[in-house]
Design a protein around this ligand. Structure first.
Ligand SMILES: Cc1cc2nc3c(=O)[nH]c(=O)nc-3n(C[C@H](O)[C@H](O)[C@H](O)COP(=O)(O)OP(=O)(O)OC[C@H]3O[C@@H](n4cnc5c(N)ncnc54)[C@H](O)[C@@H]3O)c2cc1C
Length: 324
């Protein structure tokens, strides 16, 4: 995906946080601070460093767990700025849509952005990969209005995984914590669904993620062309599966407003990663990273880290033997 994005003419700035934003003739000027933590940017402006300016024709706020803060920080500053300019009829005529957006924002409790991120934690338990196909497809409950429920599924690395839970929490920082009573409940469920599980597998690890849910059930996707502002927030679940569709949908709504358009269709042939080469690299380096096209990336997903590390144990012949 990164390769496709670069081919499309984009510059990727990793570890950079948007702290401020101001509407300008070209679109927006954003204040960006580089070298924030490897685990993700936060909206914390409490730094003495002067942010670097980045200008763009549109802002797409896809800041996940921090999307409401980014929205409030940038749009509200602009709203105050606008209120000083309101007597100017030209400005008014070009910002009708923006004003309605801001009015809507101002009407929200606390002057918020129209949605509030309410993180929903999902905990998982990961079992070792059995030496034979114990589970070949996901076991899935009937979804409810609130959640699609807890699955038992085989990972791409052969591990058997149970999760995720759906817990409303206030924490926003990753990595999220797991707790023993919840993981014990997940294990009980897994072992009830697959009675032979404990005979042939052991628990390799646990992990948790935070879905960027909001008070609304639906995704919060909105294009406000006069404001040059796009919201892509509240992508609470199925965001990974839906990401390409969401991207195409948003691009189709922005493109008519970009003259000349610089958006390019993604390349027809998907890039195939050399997964075994990457795993080998991960094991040899030992620093939890891999290098791709000369850029070092930390492998953050626990399923990949556990799956690849387990491959290492098996390769060295020191994997715990299945009791079968
Ligand atoms: C428990 C769990 C279950 C899930 N189940 C599914 C599933 O079944 N199917 C599926 O398809 N997907 C699933 N997902 C994925 C889910 O949909 C993702 O959370 C979703 O992909 C969120 O995408 P996002 O791009 O909105 O946010 P993120 O992926 O969180 O991306 C937001 C980015 O914005 C950055 N950012 C934040 N603040 C700033 C700032 N001020 N400046 C610059 N950058 C900033 C962050 O660092 C981050 O990189 C699940 C996730 C979890 C946690």
């Amino acid at each position: 995906m990164l390769q496709a994005v670069r081919e499309g003419g984009a510059t990727i700035r990793r570890g950079a946080a948007i702290l401020t934003g101001e509407k300008c003739a070209a679109g927006w000027t954003l204040g960006v601070r580089s070298n924030v933590t490897e685990t993700g940017a936060s909206c914390d402006a409490s730094t003495r460093e002067e942010p670097e300016e980045v200008t763009g024709r549109f802002v797409v706020n896809a800041a996940g767990l921090h999307a409401d803060r980014v929205q409030a920080a940038l749009l509200q500053v602009w709203a105050v700025h606008l209120s000083c300019l309101l007597p100017d009829p030209l400005y008014l005529s070009t910002t009708t849509g923006s004003l309605s957006l801001i009015t809507r924002c101002a009407k929200q409790e606390g002057g918020g952005p129209g949605f509030e991120i309410r993180p929903r934690k999902g905990q998982y338990v990961v079992y070792s990969a059995p030496s034979f196909p114990l589970l070949t497809r996901p076991i899935q409950p009937v979804p409810s209005q609130r959640t699609k429920g807890v699955f038992l599924f085989p990972s791409v690395h052969g591990n058997i995984v149970v999760g995720p839970t759906a817990e409303d929490v206030t924490e926003r920082e990753m990595p999220a914590s797991t707790d023993a009573p919840t993981t014990a409940r997940l294990q009980q469920l897994a072992e009830r669904l697959l009675p032979r599980l404990t005979e042939v597998c052991h628990v390799e690890g646990t992990y948790a993620g935070l879905r960027p849910a909001t008070q609304h059930r639906d995704y919060q996707i909105a294009v406000d062309a006069p404001s040059r502002w796009v919201t892509v927030a509240g992508i609470r679940s199925t965001g990974l599966s839906g990401s390409q569709g969401i991207g195409r949908y948003v691009a189709s709504m922005i493109e008519p407003h970009l003259q000349p358009s610089r958006l390019q269709a993604p390349t027809a042939s998907p890039y195939m990663l050399d997964e075994s080469g990457l795993r080998q690299q991960f094991l040899e380096r030992g620093d939890g990273c891999v290098e791709l096209d000369g850029v070092k990336y930390r492998v953050t997903h626990p399923l990949t880290r556990i799956g690849w590390s387990q491959a290492n144990l098996q390769a060295q012949g020191i994997a715990k033997k299945a009791r079968l």
